[in-house]
Ligand binder design. Structure first.
Ligand SMILES: Cc1cc2nc3c(=O)[nH]c(=O)nc-3n(C[C@H](O)[C@H](O)[C@H](O)COP(=O)(O)O)c2cc1C
Length: 394
């Protein structure tokens, strides 16, 4: 007998097919997804290594029961089961408040259309890219994320971090790593994972007290990370303070102090306004990460793709500009690059990939993104990333 999960309320139905109506929340059969069998359940157990992204996503759906429906479209719409924060539920993989900022990321990208260009010499698209002195196989990286071990019982936080770092590295990319309330100076799963993986990733710390940040940055520098940064929008995190780890808004002078504390390129993440981008560049940041944290800290912001062009125009060549938020396909990557991003990051899809298939799952997800980008470049007539600009947009 198969199990069917209601993706709205999480009710589990057993039968040959989904029920006509969910007895708990009343939605129809189209809101049910089929649960995988037990064998695919725990990536920590002896489940076989996934071969396809479909298998990875099926396994993630099981692991994330009640947290994320692993829907065909991760779009932040109000009827998605992750969107419950407005009424006091934990944020899980959802957005802050109504989820409008999360949804705006998705719709801003969806509203952009690509221009098909077919006549001309044939070419094999070259997706090679550079970031902070490293050559990458693609201009796509894993975003800084933290906390998935709290949503699943099959995976430790350090294992999650290692899966993203190793999975990205295995396909010639790089993962950034996050910071959250149960990471402390003494026990920091992201730094532990980076240490175990030879420093092959970019730690992004919450805007903690200056002295704490300087010590964390020093540790990252010693292990050879290519860059280090702070998610400035993390100052909106109330859960950090509740766990005795307060976070703060930062002044330009404080940012300058952090930049001066390291020889590594400094990433200022969470930038959504030209004024903040200017201030961070003035403070010496080498990377401006345009992001609204996947819509998780402030409700009712525009989508990242909406604010990206004005930030790119203001900053020009003075800093590397990355963008994340709502990127689900290689075509979305192409759109962000067309708007002027130098590189693009992916959050939720890599969390699901790591939970459903560990390092292999992450590699499969990243490869899928690279292939989509490559096909997009071919079909819009762009042989190399240097030649990519707004002309690919209709
Ligand atoms: C569960 C979850 C945890 C996150 N944790 C962090 C974090 O610790 N630090 C950080 O800078 N951003 C964090 N983010 C935001 C991501 O870095 C990124 O900005 C966002 O996920 C991109 O949007 P997407 O998920 O739609 O791709 C988190 C996002 C999610 C979904």
């Amino acid at each position: 007998m198969a199990k069917w999960i209601c993706t709205v309320c999480n009710y589990v139905h057993e039968g040959e097919g989904p029920p006509d109506v969910c007895p708990v929340c009343g939605v129809g059969p189209e809101k049910f997804v089929r649960a995988k069998d037990e064998a695919a359940k725990s990536p920590d157990g002896d489940s076989p290594e996934p071969e396809t992204l479909e298998q990875v996503r099926d396994a993630a759906r099981e692991q994330l029961l009640g947290i994320c429906g692993v829907y065909p479209a991760c779009d932040g719409q109000p009827d998605r089961l992750c969107q419950r924060e407005a009424y006091g539920a934990p944020i899980g993989l959802g957005g802050a408040g109504s989820g409008a900022s999360f949804a705006a990321n998705y719709t801003a990208l969806a509203s952009l259309k690509l221009k098909t260009r077919l006549v001309g010499d044939h070419f094999d698209p070259d997706t090679k890219s550079r970031f902070c002195g490293l050559e990458l196989a693609m201009p796509i990286m894993g975003s800084s994320t933290a906390g998935p071990s709290k949503y699943t019982d099959g995976m430790s936080e350090e294992a999650f971090c290692r899966a993203t770092i190793a999975g990205c590295r295995s396909v010639g990319s790089l993962s950034w790593r996050g910071d959250t309330y149960f990471y402390t100076e003494e026990e920091h799963p992201a730094l532990d994972a980076l240490e175990a993986e030879g420093g092959a990733g970019v730690p992004i710390f919450k805007p903690r007290a200056q002295d704490v940040l300087k010590r964390l940055i020093e540790r990252a520098e010693k292990m050879g990370c290519p860059a280090v940064g702070v998610d400035l929008d993390g100052c909106g995190s109330t859960i950090m303070a509740r766990h005795g780890q307060p976070v703060y808004r930062k002044t330009t002078a404080e940012l300058r102090e952090l930049v001066a504390a390291t020889s590594l390129p400094f990433v200022a993440k969470g930038i959504m306004a030209v004024e903040d981008a200017e201030a961070c560049v003035e403070a010496g940041a080498k990377v401006i990460a345009v992001s609204n944290h996947g819509g998780r800290v402030l409700d009712s912001t525009p989508g990242v793709a909406q604010v990206l062009p004005e930030i790119v125009e203001a900053i020009g060549e003075r800093a590397v500009i990355t963008a994340d938020g709502g990127v689900r396909t290689g075509y979305d990557v192409l759109k962000m690059l067309a708007l002027g991003a130098d590189a693009v990051l992916v959050g939720r899809d890599l969390i699901r990939a790591a939970i459903g298939g560990r390092e292999k799952g992450v590699a499969l997800q990243m490869t899928q993104l690279r292939k989509g980008l490559s096909r997009g470049m071919l079909m819009t007539g762009v042989p190399t990333l240097n030649e990519l600009d707004r002309r690919v947009l209709v």
